[in-house]
Design a protein around this ligand. Structure first.
Ligand code: ADP
Length: 257
């Protein structure tokens, strides 16, 4: 009779699960599932750098008498992973705050061209230090209103990716066009490109194409999810397409009136 009771509860449980998955509870169940998935992914992403840091520290401790100069490799690997953790936690925090509606959008009037020149300036050196070149074309005379902090973050995400996914010798081009009250930003690279099947998923949280996962480019799959959120906050659009003959083009457009 124990078996029959168990079977009974099992059937009831399946029935309830089926009902919940089909009924009006579905959106709530889906949101809960997404949240659970998000936490699992976040924990997974945190674990990898932490393991590397732990290994490096343990290794250093096996040679307590060596000088710092002889531990430079281990120290710089550790630092790289710490930086990686920093970006990851900042991005997780940003997404958590955006989900909770805790980020206030503050639009200011900006003199577009000098603003872009200023934000893009350090990227000449960053690209050059990795043997890549950066071109900028700014056809943006005039003023526009947007949230400077957020649009700066958006640009940084797109530029970091363009540089990261472009091999040495490649070129990244940023084109900014202000046409009446519409601002268009295009970030073009000559890099690895994104397979068609991945194009619509790259904006999902934690999504990384297999190609980038395997190439150890050290990303976390959150950048473009944040970029998309920022663009939405400006009631704009962000799209991705192939560059020719190779590479990727991200195009952002929004009104700055
Ligand atoms: P990540 O931190 O992995 O770069 P993103 O959310 O910024 O995360 O990007 C998601 C994925 O989209 C990347 O892992 C990569 O597969 C792909 N991707 C983004 N930008 C580019 C690009 N410029 N060239 C090629 N692939 C890109």
């Amino acid at each position: 009779s124990l078996l029959i009771t168990l079977l009974f509860f099992w059937i009831i449980a399946i029935g309830v699960a089926y009902y919940l998955s089909r009924s009006s509870m579905k959106p709530i169940m889906d949101a809960w599932k997404r949240q659970r998935q998000f936490s699992a992914n976040a924990a997974h992403e945190l674990r990898t750098p932490l393991t590397v840091i732990q290994n490096q520290m343990e290794y250093m401790l096996t040679k307590p008498k060596t000088k710092v100069v002889d531990q430079v490799d281990a120290i710089s690997t550790t630092l790289d992973e710490v930086r990686h953790l920093q970006t990851l936690t900042n991005r997780l925090l940003m997404l958590a705050r955006s989900d909770a509606g805790k980020i206030e959008i503050r639009k200011q009037e900006v003199d577009v061209k000098p603003w872009f020149e200023h934000v893009l300036k350090p990227y000449d050196d960053i690209a050059a230090s990795q043997h890549k070149s950066l071109n900028t074309v700014l056809k943006a005379d005039g003023k526009g209103r947007f949230d400077e902090d957020l649009i700066r973050q958006l640009l940084i995400i797109l530029l970091d990716n363009a540089i990261k996914y472009t091999p040495k010798g490649g070129t990244v081009t940023v084109v900014t066009l202000l046409n009446r009250d519409k601002l268009t930003i295009e970030v073009r690279d000559t890099g690895t490109g994104i397979p068609d099947a991945d194009k619509k998923r790259v904006f999902d949280r934690f999504y990384r194409s297999d190609k980038s996962r395997n190439s150890k480019t050290g990303g976390n799959g959150l950048g473009l999810a944040i970029a998309k959120w920022i663009v939405n906050q400006h009631a704009g659009t962000i799209t991705v397409k192939d560059n020719h003959p190779k590479g990727t083009v991200f195009t952002v457009g929004f009104k700055v009136s």
